[in-house]
Design a protein around this ligand. Structure first.
Ligand SMILES: *[C@@H]1O[C@H](CO)[C@@H](O)[C@H](O)[C@H]1NC(C)=O
Ligand SMILES: *[C@@H]1O[C@H](CO)[C@@H](O)[C@H](O)[C@H]1NC(C)=O
Ligand SMILES: *[C@@H]1O[C@H](CO)[C@@H](O)[C@H](O)[C@H]1NC(C)=O
Ligand SMILES: *[C@@H]1O[C@H](CO)[C@@H](O)[C@H](O)[C@H]1NC(C)=O
Ligand SMILES: *[C@@H]1O[C@H](CO)[C@@H](O)[C@H](O)[C@H]1NC(C)=O
Ligand SMILES: *[C@@H]1O[C@H](CO)[C@@H](O)[C@H](O)[C@H]1NC(C)=O
Ligand SMILES: *[C@@H]1O[C@H](CO)[C@@H](O)[C@H](O)[C@H]1NC(C)=O
Ligand SMILES: *[C@@H]1O[C@H](CO)[C@@H](O)[C@H](O)[C@H]1NC(C)=O
Length: 324
């Protein structure tokens, strides 16, 4: 009898150690990590193609924290990062991702995800980086993303996104530092609300169909704003002297290929270049393709010593009368 008990205990021990070995962090496993795993397994099923078998270890037997592209937080309670960048995955961007509510980084850059960006992703309240560049996503930026108040980085460059930017997205952006919506088909004005984002550092909106003027509220971000790139849109109005004059940290200003004009019906470049004198760190200024006209002020000699690229990509010599 004692012998049988020993065997049974031994068996129990073996079964338990086996279980613990299979699920590496099982002493920490709780509901959240189990539901995260269920969500990822379900997400994998929504994929149409994984030609390089990058997600081959996304199976029940593997600890979810060991899934390729997955990083759990340091206590292994939740999945904190999902980075499937450049895996050549094809499929709809499934709303199942929104079940990973512990995510801080979602990086699906350079894949073939298509369809809408699910509004449900607004459940990812801890999300700091949302990177969906270089996919085939379409539709508009979900209004619900106003709830993603911890975002520091949103980049959707190189998709087929369209429609207007919801002003509400910029009403809850106290952490936002980096916005890259370039190479899409967004239309409408750049919302004035963008001036609500006090830590905004870089704004890339080039290659879209934005209209209207550059929002004056950008002057509200005076101490952080480093880069504005709005090239290849349909922006109009006067060169934004009032804005740049109040952005002392501005280093990169790319305005080329819009419909802006200089002061006094495109005859006077002086106010703009005078204002640029306040951008003491200015390194790049691009004003090509707009037919800008006017005399250059003598203050042009006082522009930032670091400035190495002035205006036109096809360099014209800087004589007194400029046509860009
Ligand atoms: C998961 O476990 C950790 C500690 O082990 C705990 O802090 C956390 O709240 C748990 N989460 C849930 C949803 O039970
Ligand atoms: C996602 O979360 C919802 C709501 O909590 C739940 O009903 C659903 O089963 C989850 N889906 C997956 C695939 O885990
Ligand atoms: C998970 O990865 C760790 C470290 O690479 C390894 O020690 C462990 O055995 C793996 N666990 C599973 C279940 O694959
Ligand atoms: C995501 O993965 C790519 C390559 O796999 C790597 O270059 C990049 O640094 C990763 N990003 C993050 C946030 O981990
Ligand atoms: C801002 O984000 C917080 C946290 O997600 C949310 O509770 C709040 O409703 C949001 N405000 C707006 C105006 O969307
Ligand atoms: C800009 O700042 C001023 C005062 O600091 C504030 O009244 C205004 O609402 C802000 N505008 C935007 C669009 O953030
Ligand atoms: C340049 O900065 C000065 C000092 O901050 C300010 O008074 C002036 O209005 C600025 N110039 C322009 C054109 O905004
Ligand atoms: C501005 O200039 C254009 C041609 O350069 C001219 O046709 C137009 O009448 C001018 N407008 C005003 C308000 O002077």
């Amino acid at each position: 009898m004692a012998f049988i008990w020993t065997v049974l205990l031994l068996l129990q021990h073996l079964v338990l150690t086996h279980l613990f070995a299979v699920s590496g962090y099982s002493h920490h496993l709780n509901h959240s990590l189990l539901t995260d795993k269920a969500a990822l397994l379900a997400f994998r099923k929504t994929l149409i193609l994984d030609p390089n078998f990058r997600l081959a270890n996304w199976v029940e037997a593997v600890d979810v924290c060991n899934f390729t592209g997955v990083r759990c937080d340091k206590h292994h309670h939740r999945i904190a990062q999902l980075n499937l960048s450049n895996y050549e995955l094809t499929g709809p961007l499934s709303p199942i991702i929104s079940n990973l509510t512990g995510l801080r980084v979602l990086n699906l850059v350079e894949n073939y995800f298509f369809g809408l960006i699910p509004p449900e992703l607004s459940s990812l309240r801890h999300l700091r980086h949302l990177q969906l560049d270089l996919n085939h996503l379409d539709g508009s930026l979900p209004e619900s993303f106003a709830l993603l108040s911890k975002l520091t980085l949103i980049s959707l460059r190189g998709n087929n996104m369209k429609g207007e930017l919801p002003p509400s997205f910029f009403s809850n952006c106290t952490s936002l530092e980096n916005v890259d919506l370039s190479r899409n088909f967004f239309t409408g004005n750049i919302p004035e609300e963008i001036g609500n984002c006090p830590d905004l550092w870089t704004i890339n909106l080039y290659n879209n169909q934005f209209t209207g003027e550059l929002p004056v509220s950008l002057t509200n971000i005076s101490f952080s704003l480093y880069n504005i790139d709005v090239e290849y849109n349909h922006l109009s109005g006067e060169l934004p002297a009032n804005i740049v004059g109040n952005l002392p940290s501005l280093s990169l200003l790319h305005l080329s290929y819009n419909h802006m004009v200089s002061h006094n019906n495109n005859t006077n470049l002086e106010p703009f270049f005078t204002a640029l004198g306040n951008c003491t760190d200015l390194e790049e200024l691009e004003l090509a393709g707009m037919g800008l006209r006017g005399s250059l002020p003598s203050s042009i000699g006082q522009l930032s010593a670091k400035l190495f690229l002035l205006c036109c990509k096809k360099t014209r010599s800087m004589d007194q009368s400029l046509q860009i």
